[in-house]
Design a protein around this ligand. Structure first.
Ligand code: ADP
Length: 485
């Protein structure tokens, strides 16, 4: 891995605890390259006491940090952003090595992750309050916004950089201190952010990266330690529920970005080529391992066969392999159980009568967690992927007859994160966009992520929003001051 980097300095196996690089009291844990199956790093495994120390130091550092002006915080955050972009290549290589996505995509994630730091650096200057005309002649009412205090995050392995910056940047901009616990599968992208935070001049203790193999212990410390006033989590709905229950004891403010089960609808009047292109970006980005990836593709009867044929033709061209190789569009899945889950969904669909029209070619030989992209036709409601997120390169095509039916099918899930549809008729576009019970609707596009818009789900896909000026509010408390004059 070192030989692929411009310099060795971003590769950090220690944890970044309150401005110090430390070893873990529990030893180390291994990080594996999913394309090759080999161990690429031994990362500090922190004890619960060490996590508590990071939180305690964050409390002290936060008070000073919050006293800085927005402009002063903005300058340091801007520097952090600049350093991320200057080091985009090395950050991308580290990300590909531990996570598997193709290097071009990994570098794209670095730019996406950095964009949150740039955006919230700018927003740091705009934490505006409010004045409200008094309710009595002698009363003056002012509303101010203040940082909530110490915030902690738990993030997944599918976006090891951007899921952290999307939370840390608004927290820091607001004047909070931040303790990040990266996924144990992908800690190196997080410690690299620690290296750059230190270089950018973010004060000691304001941003810590606590690496640990024991997620539940760290999660408990975050929820039970009274210093932590905000928990921000991205991951499965199942773990989100556990954390919400744990956080309830302290009535802790929580943001939850949980699972999705995104519908992708193609109507008769859609531009089919655009829909195929959108479906590929949406379904196969990160090899299907994003919570906004299309999980159920609904195609209207009149264009069903044509869409299936075009999708197959396009997917066949995607090259699969080690993400470090030129021209690779599909990397490995994250681990063996991810492969197994997709295989289970394929077997279940086959047993229930679906046809596999693509999916038996192209997997590289040898180690690594590869699975060829698979398309099935004849998908039905009783198949596992209807209710369960596949999180892999499987595209099931469902046939539908009319608008009302497909809206009902699309909404028939406990999830409500992202949804997509392709259509041209304007009244249909409005009607469907309003009827979809999702936090995000992509119309004639398969890519919806940007730092300037509020990202988040309804129903069991989560609580709160990330990105946009709304993302900042998640780390602020409102205080109303009532003054008699
Ligand atoms: P995914 O399927 O994306 O891995 P998870 O919800 O299992 O989703 O994991 C998301 C993050 O939550 C990971 O960093 C994982 O280590 C962490 N995690 C898993 N279980 C717990 C738990 N009980 N408490 C706190 N964090 C957890």
């Amino acid at each position: 891995l070192k030989s692929l980097l411009n310099g060795p300095s971003l590769l950090a196996e220690q944890a970044y605890l309150a401005g110090h690089w430390v070893d873990g009291d529990e030893g180390t844990f291994e990080v594996t390259n999913p394309a090759r199956g080999d161990v690429i790093a031994h990362v500090a495994d922190l004890s619960r006491a060490q996590v508590a120390k990071a939180i305690a130091e964050a409390e002290t550092a936060q008070k000073e940090w919050a006293s800085w002006t927005g402009k002063e915080r903005a300058a340091v955050l801007r520097k952090w952003f600049d350093l991320m972009m200057e080091n985009q290549h090395d950050l991308g290589v580290i990300l590909t090595a531990e996570q598997g996505k193709p290097l071009a995509e990994a570098k794209g994630e670095i730019a996406y992750g950095a964009s949150f730091v740039e955006f919230f650096a700018e927003e740091a200057k705009r934490v505006y309050g409010e004045t409200i005309p008094g309710h009595q002649r002698d009363k003056r009412i002012t509303v101010i916004k203040q940082p909530i205090g110490v915030a902690a995050s738990i993030t997944p392995w599918n976006f090891p950089n951007a899921m952290i910056t999307r939370k840390a940047a608004p927290a820091l901009a607001a004047g909070c201190a931040f303790v990040a616990r990266p996924a144990e599968l992908t800690p190196l992208s997080a410690t690299a952010l620690g290296v750059l935070a230190e270089r950018a001049g973010i004060p000691k203790g304001v941003f810590s990266v606590v690496t640990s193999s024991n997620a539940s212990e760290t999660g408990k410390e975050f929820c039970e330690n009274p210093i932590v006033r905000k928990l921000t989590f991205t991951g499965s709905t199942q773990v989100g529920r556990i954390l919400l229950r744990q956080a309830a004891d302290q009535v802790m403010k929580c943001s939850m970005e949980l699972g999705g089960n995104a519908p992708f609808i193609v109507f008769d009047d859609a531009d089919l080529d655009a829909a195929v292109e959108g479906a590929i970006m949406c379904k196969f980005r990160n090899n299907g391992q994003t919570c906004v990836c299309a999980n159920r593709i609904y195609v209207q009867a009149g264009v069903y066969d044509a869409f299936a044929a075009k999708l197959k033709e396009a997917v066949e061209k995607l090259k699969m392999g080690d993400g470090m190789e030129e021209g690779v569009a599909l990397g490995p899945l994250i681990n063996a159980s991810a492969v197994e889950k997709v295989q289970t969904h394929i077997a279940d669909a086959k047993a229930k009568g679906a046809n596999v029209i693509l999916g038996d070619s192209g997997a590289p030989q040898g180690p690594g967690y590869f699975l060829p992209p698979t398309i099935v036709t004849g998908a039905t409601k009783d198949m596992q992927f209807s209710t369960d997120e596949t999180f892999g390169p499987l595209a099931p095509l469902f046939k539908f007859e009319n608008e009302d039916d497909v809206i009902a099918m699309a909404n028939d899930t406990i999830f409500g994160l992202a949804s997509y549809f392709y259509a041209k008729d304007l009244s249909r576009v409005y009607k469907v966009a309003e009827a979809l019970e999702y936090g995000i609707v992509g119309v004639n596009t398969g890519i919806i992520s940007t730092e300037v818009a509020p990202f988040g789900g309804v129903k069991q896909s989560g609580l709160g929003r990330e990105g946009s000026h709304h993302g900042l509010d998640e780390f602020l408390e409102m205080k109303y001051i009532c003054m008699s004059v």
